[in-house]
Ligand binder design. Structure first.
Ligand code: GUN
Length: 275
């Protein structure tokens, strides 16, 4: 079975659009981008801008020079914190090497941190306090489970990759739903020991074709959230064609990660606006 993230994203955009239509004051999302004008991040930002427009939300881009100092960037962050016309904002990552992203994130107002990167929001996931914002990628993976009525309770889940914005919050969200969770990283000697036992595998590594039919159960659910680009060609973490032929329930349908991530971001922005 194909787990159709594109369909879920489209339905979410429709719901957001109808709700925003009823508001007299429209939500406003800001994005801080510190980099060159030809940075790949600019493409991600353009996608966010396009989608905000479609659902009737305001969007502003604060494009800052790449030689900005850490303190100057923090001053900009604080300015957005105190501007009441801004519902929520993101600081696009990666930042230039001379800037410590953790220091920037710590200075964001957690109530405007619609990416869910601030320690307060990340900590709330740990203690299952649902009043915070969750990082968009793990949040939409949970939406997929909800949409397809996939219960995590008692399941064995393997999470591949342990980044702060995907792997770690993802593992914790699954634990909150009473799953037994194994977190693997690039130093795990043999992931197949774990993946062969898994009911569900969630992969966010950027490692080409890491997940093949040989290392998964034929009935396992595979959620593939990341890809890499080699010589201009996109390769997902999972060998989608072979897994789907083996009856696995699988993402991706190429072109769905972006729409779902942005849909979650805009949903968080609407929530921040209402709060
Ligand atoms: N860089 C790559 N993905 C993301 C994301 O979801 N949010 C931000 N702020 N930066 C990113």
């Amino acid at each position: 079975m194909i787990l159709d993230g594109k369909k879920i994203a489209t339905e979410m955009y429709d719901r957001l659009w109808s709700e925003i239509l009823t508001l007299t004051e429209k939500p406003t999302l800001w994005a801080i981008l510190v980099w060159d004008s030809d940075s790949p991040s600019l493409r991600y930002i353009s996608q966010k801008k396009r989608e905000t427009k479609k659902i009737g939300m305001w969007f502003s881009l604060l494009h800052l020079p790449k030689d900005i100092s850490e303190d100057e960037l923090i001053a900009e962050v604080k300015r957005l914190n105190s501007d009441n016309s801004i519902s929520g904002y993101i600081v696009q990552l990666p930042l230039p090497a001379h800037i410590n992203p953790l220091r920037i994130i710590r200075n964001m107002n957690p109530k405007k941190d619609v990416d869910g990167f601030h320690p307060e929001n990340q900590g709330k996931i740990m203690i299952w306090d649902t009043t915070g914002f969750s990082p968009c990628t793990p949040a939409w993976v949970m939406k997929i489970f909800e949409y397809y009525n996939i219960s995590l309770s008692g399941k064995i889940i393997v999470v591949l990759g342990q980044s702060n914005i995907v792997g770690k919050p993802m593992a914790q969200m699954c634990i909150n739903q009473w799953a037994t969770v194994v977190s693997c990283n690039h130093l795990t000697p043999d992931i197949s020991i774990y993946t062969k036992q898994a009911d569900i595998i969630i992969s966010a590594t950027g490692h080409v074709w890491l997940i093949t039919p040989e290392i998964v159960r034929p009935d396992a659910i595979i959620i593939d959230v990341w890809f890499s680009v080699v010589d201009g060609e996109i390769f997902w973490d999972s060998k989608y064609d072979e897994l789907i032929a083996q009856w696995n329930s699988v993402t991706p349908v190429p072109g769905w990660v972006g729409p779902m991530t942005v849909a979650m971001l805009l949903s968080n922005t609407l929530q921040a606006h209402k709060a």
